[in-house]
Design a protein around this ligand. Structure first.
Ligand code: ATP
Ligand code: MG
Length: 369
């Protein structure tokens, strides 16, 4: 990965521009963590970058930034910039392209995120990033009050990095978050969820949640159930969001909404009940078990012992039902299936044709059906 990145830097510098890897990749490289994408900072404008990487640029709407894909690696190439004034505590009012790396670095969020690497693989550390990494601490570049009121998202980014990297937050950052946490209310739920997703998917998520609680952010993020997550045994994202139960505010896709809905449906039920297991499946029930801190082994065994796992496992089809009752298709068929499922799952009826036919005839064969 590094060799592809250095080669890409050389492609830019051989065109007489400056270019450096910056941010997450350099930070993670020093920590021995594999990165998934690489940020590049350069004094070349997006137009000039597009000229160099004509064939490998993605069409990009983002102002001042070009995405290049090389050998399957995603490079986000951004022009050195100065940000002037901020709107709604989130976005710069004006962005001006500049020629100086240092100036570009000081507009960034944290000292650990302002490390650079040049085309020879040498680290450039103007702001003390290496020292912060060895002290495992997150500090803002410049005054943290100013940094967070310029861009309130940085408060959540600080907690996200502290969680994922298992770093601590500087006292300055903690105090400023307490001071500016009400700004989180005007941040979009989409952005908030992006950061929370990253915190919740970290293996260190419980520490992240503790930080959020200590700083009182559960209230400002409108996730009142947050402390409950600490008492549970959840280890998946959808389980955490189900427990938080904030689908009325935070954005989820259709699939996530269905899962969250189902998990909340089965939470008050007995998850080893054969009918509950059959109806909602193993995944939804095991997430519910994690939330309730219940035994997953027992649940898996109960699932293995289900007589039927889907309607197709019932040894009679709808044509046979119509034939037995001598009737045309109708709603009654699914009603019969629902009863068959329940009877078979609770071992009150054997899943064999003879018994099923007899059951149908006895229950539905009379006049009026
Ligand atoms: P990762 O990619 O692992 O999530 P990263 O540090 O690379 O972490 P990105 O969101 O990719 O984070 O941003 C790249 C760099 O841009 C950061 O390292 C930081 O220098 C700067 N940056 C990103 N978002 C902000 C922000 N909201 N305010 C200031 N600087 C930012
Ligand atoms: Mg990055």
């Amino acid at each position: 990965m590094l060799d592809v990145a250095l080669k890409l830097l050389r492609e830019i510098t051989s065109n007489h521009y400056k270019a450096y890897i910056v941010g997450g990749f350099v930070r993670d490289y020093l920590l021995g963590i594999e990165s998934s994408d690489i940020d590049i900072t350069t004094n070349a404008t997006p137009k000039q970058i597009k000229e160099i990487f004509e064939d490998s640029c993605l069409p990009n709407e983002d102002y001042g930034s070009v995405t290049v894909i090389k050998k399957g690696i995603r490079f986000e190439i951004t022009t050195f910039r100065k940000e002037i004034g901020y709107l709604n505590n989130r976005k710069p009012a004006e962005v001006r392209y500049i020629d100086d790396l240092y100036e570009d670095l000081i507009r960034r969020d944290f000292i650990i995120n302002a490390l650079c690497m040049d085309e020879n693989g040498d680290i450039i550390d103007y702001l003390g990033g290496k020292e912060d990494i060895s002290n495992r601490i997150i500090r803002t570049i410049g005054n943290s009050d100013e940094s967070f009121s310029d861009d309130s998202l940085r408060m959540l980014r600080a907690i996200r990095f502290a969680t994922i990297l298992d770093f601590s937050l500087s006292e300055d950052i903690k105090e400023s978050i307490m001071k500016h946490r009400d700004l989180l209310k005007s941040l979009s739920y989409y952005r908030k969820k992006e950061e929370l997703d990253k915190i919740f998917t970290s293996s260190n998520y419980k520490r992240g949640i503790l930080m959020l609680l200590e700083l009182g952010l559960d209230e400002y993020l409108e996730i009142p159930n947050l402390s409950k997550v600490l008492d549970s045994n959840i280890n998946n994202l959808i389980g955490i969001w189900s427990l938080l139960n904030v689908t009325n505010k935070y954005p989820f896709n259709k699939n996530e909404l269905e899962l969250i809905h189902d998990i909340n449906q089965v939470l008050p039920l007995k998850n080893t009940d054969p009918y509950v297991l059959y109806q909602y499946g193993l995944y939804v029930n095991s997430v519910a078990c994690e939330i309730k801190n219940q035994n997953i082994k027992e649940l898996n065994e109960a699932y293995d012992h289900l007589v039927i796992k889907t309607r197709k496992d019932i040894v009679i089809d709808s044509f046979q039902i119509m034939e037995i009752l001598n009737k045309k298709p109708g709603k009654y068929i699914s009603e019969i299936y629902e009863n068959l499922e329940r009877e078979i799952l609770y071992h009150r009826l054997n899943n064999n044709q003879e018994d099923i036919i007899q059951y149908i005839l006895e229950k539905y064969g009379g006049v009026g059906m």
